[in-house]
Design a protein around this ligand. Structure first.
Ligand code: NAD
Ligand code: TYD
Length: 339
């Protein structure tokens, strides 16, 4: 039986990954380790909290002693590190916690993986470490594109990537790094573009579009990202880095148009606001390596994915209202106080 430690498994992508593994890989024990920051939400996993192959532990990836104890107690054979501060705008208003979690936290996990001889360390990184592309150019990011991060968020992720490689080089920690494009889908916290716009449109609120709205992202449905990470964990040779992309480049205004159309809301809700400082113009992923080497490809196109996502938010108003009210943060105490 596989025994994996998933960090950040109460967040958007981590919880989708935990859900996928429990549903599709019954021979795998998932220890889910999450600090439950504002972005961690146990309501993302309500129906799995008592699952026999899922154990949730609240804690900080900077706490090396606790991480080592968990590795020992559960005989962990792989760490998949999703835990991070993940929002660019927050990294601009308050960069320090990004260094603490994304850099020091990753370092702490690497030390534990090295000292406890964990067989594999899969680090979830981002295409944002590569910097920005111009709208006019055809180029995409490949795994050989040199890192050139522009925001405190992407700088902290690039620093973590370097540490992962350094631990592989220096101590032979068996690692992989994945660099995915922008994800969307169920359970995404409504501070990121797609869920924010859905939430605002549903509530008849203005949709704040930064600058001209012609910034381009390569949208990947979250399930496809999770499936790619599983392939990397189970099939990739150690030391390999993989880009994961949706082949789905869209401007922000194009994405918002689709959302408004599907919800039957007027374009007059769009409000152009002051641009994000240092805003990266375009991200685009060349995912040929993972497609060729691991036989992965995105299974959900943008039209299908965005419709599924909007439907999910429509059907899960309670989840959304608990996030808006802050009630989701009481869930841990309610669920665990009697355990
Ligand atoms: P998220 O913000 O939704 O979730 C992050 C999770 O990490 C939360 O559950 C939070 O409680 C937890 N966490 C934060 N600090 C912690 C700490 N110190 N110790 C333990 N847990 C902590 O993020 P996400 O969108 O799910 O992203 C997951 C990973 O994927 C991140 O590493 C991010 O950089 C990467 N990524 C995200 C995207 C995207 O579009 N969302 C794209 C590419 C890569
Ligand atoms: P975001 O979801 O924050 O992801 P990232 O910046 O990591 O790619 O933003 C996606 C795009 O949407 C980005 O170009 C910024 C833009 N954006 C807005 O125009 N308005 C908003 O309110 C937000 C949150 C993002």
């Amino acid at each position: 039986m596989r025994r994996i430690l998933v960090t950040g498994g109460a967040g958007f992508i981590g919880s989708n990954f935990v859900r996928m593994v429990l549903a599709e890989h019954p021979d795998c024990l998932v220890v889910n380790f999450d600090k439950l920051t504002y972005a961690g939400n146990l309501e993302n996993l309500t129906e799995f909290l008592n699952h026999p192959k899922h154990k949730f532990i609240k804690g900080d990836i900077c706490d090396g002693a606790l991480v080592e104890k968990i590795i020992d107690e559960h005989r962990i054979d792989a760490i998949i590190n999703f835990a991070a501060e993940s929002h660019v705008d927050r990294s601009i208003t308050g960069p320090k916690v990004f260094i603490e979690t994304n850099v020091t936290g990753t370092l702490t996990l690497l030390e534990a993986a090295r000292d406890k001889k964990v067989a594999r360390f899969v680090h979830i990184s981002t295409d944002e470490v590569y910097g920005s592309l111009a709208l006019e150019e055809d180029a995409k990011f490949t795994e050989q594109t040199p890192p050139s991060p522009n925001s405190p968020y992407s700088a902290s992720k690039a620093a973590a990537d370097h540490l992962v490689k350094a631990f592989g080089h220096t101590w032979d920690v068996k690692y992989n790094i994945t660099r995915s494009s922008n994800n969307y889908g169920p359970y995404q916290f409504p501070e990121k573009l797609i869920p924010l716009m859905i939430n605002n449109a549903l509530n008849g609120k203005e949709l704040p579009v930064y600058g001209d709205g012609l910034y381009v992202r390569d949208w990947l449905y979250v399930y496809d990202h999770c499936a790619a990470v599983w392939k990397v964990l189970t099939e990739a040779p150690p030391g390999e880095v993989y880009n994961i992309g949706g082949c789905n480049e869209k401007t922000n205004l194009e994405v918002i148009d689709v959302i408004l159309g599907r919800l039957g809301k007027p374009k007059s809700l769009i409000k152009h606001v002051t641009d994000r400082p240092g805003h990266d113009r375009r991200y685009a992923i060349d995912a040929d390596k993972i497609i060729q080497d691991l036989d992965w490809k995105p299974s959900v196109g943008f039209e299908e994915g965005i419709n599924k996502t909007i439907d999910w938010y429509l059907q899960n108003e309670k989840w959304l209202s608990n996030v808006a009210s802050g009630d989701y943060q009481k869930y841990y105490e309610q669920m665990y106080k009697n355990r």
